[in-house]
Design a binder for this molecule. Sequence first.
Ligand SMILES: Cc1ncc(COP(=O)(O)O)c(C=O)c1O
Length: 351
Amino acid sequence: MIFDLQSLVRQNIRNLKPYSSARSEFAGAAEVFLDANENAFGSPAGGGFNRYPDPLQIELKKLVASAKGVDPTQIFVGNGSDEAIDLLFRIFCEPGRDEAIICPPTYGMYRVSADINDVAVCEINLTNEFLLDVPAALAGITPRTKLVFICSPNNPTGNLMRRGSVIEIAGNFDGIVVVDEAYIDFASESSMIAELASLPNLVVLQTFSKAWGMAGLRVGLAFASAEIIGLMNRVKPPYNVSGIAQRAVIDAFHDRESVEKWIDTALQQRTILAETLYQFESVETIYPSDANFILVKMADANDVYRFLLEEKVVVRNRNNVELCEGCLRITVGTPEENQRLIEALARFEGR
Ligand SMILES: Cc1ncc(COP(=O)(O)O)c(C=O)c1O
């Protein structure tokens, strides 16, 4: 399979002369900044917020690069990984003409982004074991298919996709394969970032929203070849990640022990939660999880969901999702939160 990146890119993006921001037009050690029409006096909130942030997040990328073993040119930093998903549609998919493959049940934003960008979606359902149906996915590829989205560990099922399946799809497809690893920090296997060297059409998404505990800051990552990342940087809004978000993530790298500790605790709690839930009569199946949530099949998911809401405990009702009928998706909380859930369920069964 010949992968030719340039021929995949939309004509208007190929021709694009990107916006050149004030802060990207000079290099060197300036002292007086009269180039960006900022408020030179300060900001009521302090914090240097009167200045625009680094458009290419250089300091942050250096830290990510050394943590992940890639070059900074292979990293895109976005306003959440949702921004990266949208950019990939805008770079590669001609509205009203091109197609993307998604593998339901999966994260909802792939379809929403496709719909927003007027890109047709081909759904290749996961198997009953929630694994990729590789022959069906390959058969679903048409000359118009530009993107294949694979979520691993998958939301809402929680399982990892087989590495070999992802490699097989990527190796037999001349478009872009996006592997969304939002939950990889909780997983028992390592990232597909290691495959970037051999798969030029691979894009790996990660995020600071999950294990790193910074969902409110909106910082997501894409890893790919320097050429693909270059395209993403051309199309993104110039200052897409706020200064406060960049600073907070840089600071977070100095406290990676807390992140590791939370991951360990979440994994322990996941086991305890699953074991405890199995003792309830209404729990039929708990699917194995490589993420910080579990998918639980229940005899009466809608009733349980409503009862939990009355008890002020919110879980995600996936009952109406194909292949997840009867399922609730439950995020692993703190021990106290998990206890609240268990007590509420006990009340449900004792009604
Ligand atoms: C699989 C998956 N990808 C991406 C996201 C969104 O990540 P971000 O907060 O970085 O936009 C989520 C959030 O729930 C998710 O489940």
